[in-house]
Design a protein around this ligand. Structure first.
Ligand code: GNR
Ligand code: NI
Length: 174
């Protein structure tokens, strides 16, 4: 079990596209285990590898994370891609472990079909709805160097990022 440190702005990795995984091997599976440990410890409902400083196209998700009354619903996705998105949209109050204590509304397609490689290297495809659709799109955005605050106005984005950077500096010097 290894809980990794989650990076925050202005770390430039968060703005860079992640690299596709070429071979699903034991190193990749070990990274995925660390990502689950880190996500459940936070707790968060999703995590992208770049958030723990590994700019590889890998995400994990469990919308029941942090809810002891619900069965776990874990997904680990390598090289995930949205292959279809619905025309109808939903608005959800999003947050991000890399942008702590910031929450704001983002509009996204309500349903998405996602294709990925599982931990055995097998191709998978599934339709996601509800909170899983929101979360999987938020995580795939991380693999492209996109944060949810990038969908907000410039005024809000700059205000939120300033707050996150300032707080991290205060914690470092306290
Ligand atoms: O834990 C998380 N909650 C969340 C809530 C609404 C929309 C997206 C998310 S993902 C976030 C964890 C995270 O930062 N993943 O990248
Ligand atoms: Ni996030």
């Amino acid at each position: 079990m290894a809980i990794r440190k989650i990076i925050t702005p202005p770390n430039p990795l968060l703005k860079q596209p992640s690299l596709k995984v070429q071979e699903v091997d034991d190193n990749i599976r070990a990274l995925i285990r660390d990502m689950f440990d880190t996500m459940y410890a936070a707790p968060g409902i999703g995590l992208a590898a770049v958030q723990v400083g590994e700019p590889l196209s890998i995400i994990v998700m469990d919308i029941h994370s942090g809810d002891k009354d619900k069965e776990p619903r874990p997904y680990a996705m390598i090289n995930p891609e949205v292959v279809w998105a619905s025309d109808n949209k939903v608005t959800y109050q999003e947050g991000c472990l890399s942008v702590p204590d910031v929450y704001d509304e983002v509009e996204r397609p309500a349903e998405v079909k996602v294709r990925w490689l599982d931990e055995q290297g097998n191709e998978r495809e599934q339709l996601f709805t509800g909170l899983e659709a929101v979360c999987v799109q938020h995580e795939i955005d991380h693999t492209k160097g996109i944060l949810f605050v990038d969908y907000l106005s410039r005024l809000k984005r700059e205000r939120y990022l300033k707050k996150v950077i300032k707080r991290a500096q205060q914690e470092m010097t306290s």
